[in-house]
Design a protein around this ligand. Structure first.
Ligand code: TYD
Length: 210
């Protein structure tokens, strides 16, 4: 692996991606890579303020989508792009596919408007359209995720949505994967933590040797 890599992690709430992202950060560092570990919405002081609003205030779907993309623009220019320019491995807990899945799939917001916003927001000096090199999708049936979440902390605005919302989010991810099959690695999160970790490493190794 000789160049900067941008890896995003996706899935419905309760899919259990956080522990694996942290594990991967250590995994890369043990192999001598510099890692930037970050998340969306958020990753900068201003984008974290947008996150606070997006996750806890109810709002019109367009406002919500704009807020996600506003946070993304801020994050891209101030964290992701500089990290990639330094040659870091960037591990990002959610990126633009989450907007398509949650606002597009879950909320039913206009897909083509999201595509226009994506083109505008992800155009950066280094490239016409910044996208992750690899997106690991922790896929889980919403019923299983709901069971896992029921024992977790107080739910935020999205986590408290009904099952049907998450079915639509899942379909949103599937639609994104269909459009960019090479970028996506779909992993079943409905197995033991060790099983998921093995699949994550396999996806990383496969992407690096491709
Ligand atoms: P999440 O990444 O699951 O963090 P935590 O583990 O701290 O809850 O929470 C972010 C929430 O924001 C999640 O419910 C998905 C939602 N979201 C969107 O609706 N659109 C987006 O574009 C992004 C990045 C996240």
């Amino acid at each position: 692996m000789s160049r900067a890599w941008f890896i995003s992690f996706e899935g419905i709430d309760g899919a259990g991606k956080s522990t694996h992202i942290e594990g991967l950060s250590t995994w890369f560092q043990n192999r001598g890579y510099r890692v930037t570990l970050t998340r969306e919405p958020g990753g900068t002081p201003l984008a974290e303020k947008f996150r606070e609003l997006a996750l806890h205030e109810s709002m019109d779907p367009l406002t919500e989508a704009l807020l996600m993309f506003a946070a993304r623009r801020e994050h891209l220019l101030n964290v992701i792009e500089p990290a990639l320019a330094r040659g870091d491995v960037v591990l990002c807990d959610r990126f633009t596919d989450a907007t398509f899945a949650y606002q597009g799939g879950g909320r039913g917001f206009d897909w083509s408007v999201l595509q226009s916003l994506e083109k505008m927001v992800q155009k950066v000096p280094a490239t016409e359209l910044r996208q992750p090199d690899l997106t690991i999708w922790f896929d889980l049936p919403p019923e299983v995720a709901a069971q896992r979440l029921s024992t977790a902390r107080v739910p935020d605005k999205f986590e408290s949505q009904p099952l049907s919302f998450f079915q639509n989010v899942r379909e949103g991810y599937a639609k994104r994967m269909q459009a960019s099959p090479k970028r996506f690695a779909q992993i079943s999160a409905d197995q033991t933590r060790e099983g998921v970790w093995t699949d994550v490493l396999h996806a990383i190794e496969k992407a690096y040797t491709a």
